[in-house]
Design a protein around this ligand. Structure first.
Ligand code: SF4
Ligand code: SF4
Length: 390
């Protein structure tokens, strides 16, 4: 089992330091001997939202630029891709590429930004949490995937590193739908392993930008490292070790149960000494694999807003009886007159709380429940979702 992890000291986003750290790291894990001229490489960056790079929530453009340049020197063609949390549309991707600095990277180097919005579904018969997974189709356009993640401890999901970055391969809103059907941090990590196993035949290398990480309380903390490995679990184990987390409370325990990493020796270091990177002040949350996922986050609220079935009234079918308007608890239904002077009901979705009382109350079955566009397809793709435990 390959478990080599390259650790390289990197204390700033200055391009000359990055270039030398990337070059050393490539050589440490022999990536420079694997990438061949004209290979297509997907740089799976971390762009969860339209956020500026100094937030440390997204891939830093200077690191992406450094990796692109190193790959270009080896003759590879790079394509930058990720799927933001709430939306996988052309317009939103363009906004995200601009805001996160990826557009500037593409303009100043020999790489493309992904605009392939297709998705595909694969069966995962050996999956523990799911038997089908829907992913970005751009994966199928490349020879190699470089999974370029960030490091964060998250109040809701615990440690997020290389494995969690693969969750971004699930298109847009579907991520919220998946999360909504997982109950614990352990469930989330089992699902991540299902994704990683679904892609086990792909050539994947993993990089963690640990120059600046995010600790508990959502504050930034320098870790001053660039870490790389072919083995995604070894890379996460190394970072989990540096942060002082217990493997048994993390994805490493679950990956070890599935014989994907040896929990007794999950990694071997090549490069700088691991002790240089330990940071006892790094703030952590107290959680384990049984800790429930907080469902009250901004993303979950957006999920409900985007995907909740909603009432719909066709004005020409409405009899104008006002029953729905009177029963609505938020006064979201106004009675209006049409051009013929007939009363009809109109819903203000900004006020609607999707309680469906109008649907149940309408004596003429005029109120219908509609599923938002695009959601049906996504929903179908995970309808074999499996709640089996290990
Ligand atoms: S679903 Fe509930 S809140 Fe929305 S319009 Fe109908 S009654 Fe009002
Ligand atoms: S209850 Fe039905 S028919 Fe009556 S106003 Fe509302 S939608 Fe129209």
């Amino acid at each position: 089992m390959k478990n080599l992890v390259s650790l390289t000291y990197l204390d700033s986003y200055e391009s000359s330091k990055i270039n030398s750290a990337v070059e050393r790291s490539f050589s440490n894990i022999k990536l420079n001997t694997i990438i061949k001229p004209n290979m297509k490489v997907l740089l799976k960056v971390c762009l969860p939202d339209s956020i500026e790079p100094d937030s440390a929530e997204t891939s830093h453009p200077a690191i992406v630029q450094g990796v692109v340049e190193a790959l270009s020197h080896l003759g590879a063609k790079c394509i930058i891709a990720d799927s933001p949390y709430n939306n996988y549309s052309q317009a939103y991707l363009d906004t995200v590429y601009f805001k996160t600095g990826m557009l500037e990277v593409a303009n100043s180097s020999d790489c493309e930004l992904n605009h392939n919005l297709k998705i595909y579904t694969i069966d995962t018969p050996n999956g523990v949490k799911t038997k089908t997974i829907t992913l970005l189709d751009v994966i199928n356009d490349v020879d190699v995937i470089i999974n370029l993640g960030k490091i964060k401890v998250d109040e809701r999901l615990g440690y997020l590193g290389a494995s969690a970055n693969m969750f971004g391969l699930i298109p847009g809103e579907l991520k919220s739908l998946v999360l909504n059907r997982l109950n614990t941090i352990g469930d989330f990590n089992k699902y991540l392993i299902d994704i990683i196993q679904a892609l086990k035949d792909k050539l994947i290398f993993n990089i963690l930008d640990g120059v600046v990480a995010i600790e508990a309380g959502d504050t930034q903390r320098m870790l001053s490292c660039l870490a790389m490995s072919e083995n995604i679990f070894s890379l996460d184990a190394c970072m989990i070790n540096i942060l002082g987390l217990n493997y048994n409370n993390t994805i490493i325990k679950l990956a070890s149960n599935r014989e994907l990493v040896d929990i007794n020796m999950p990694f071997e270091i090549v490069g700088d000494e691991i002790d240089e990177f330990r940071n006892e002040d790094f703030a952590l949350y107290d959680y384990d694999l049984n800790t429930p996922i907080h469902k009250n986050s901004r993303q979950q609220k957006n999920y409900f807003k985007l995907n909740q079935q909603r009432p719909s009234i066709k004005p020409n079918r409405c009899k104008g009886c006002s029953v729905c308007s009177k029963i609505c608890p938020t006064n979201a239904i106004m009675m209006k007159y049409d051009k013929q002077g007939e009363l009809y009901a109109e819903i203000d979705y900004k006020k609607c709380i999707f309680c469906n009382k109008c649907f149940l109350a309408c004596p003429y079955t005029v109120v219908k429940l509609k599923t938002p566009l695009g959601f049906k397809k996504l929903h179908k793709s995970i309808n074999k979702f499996n709640d089996e435990e290990d």
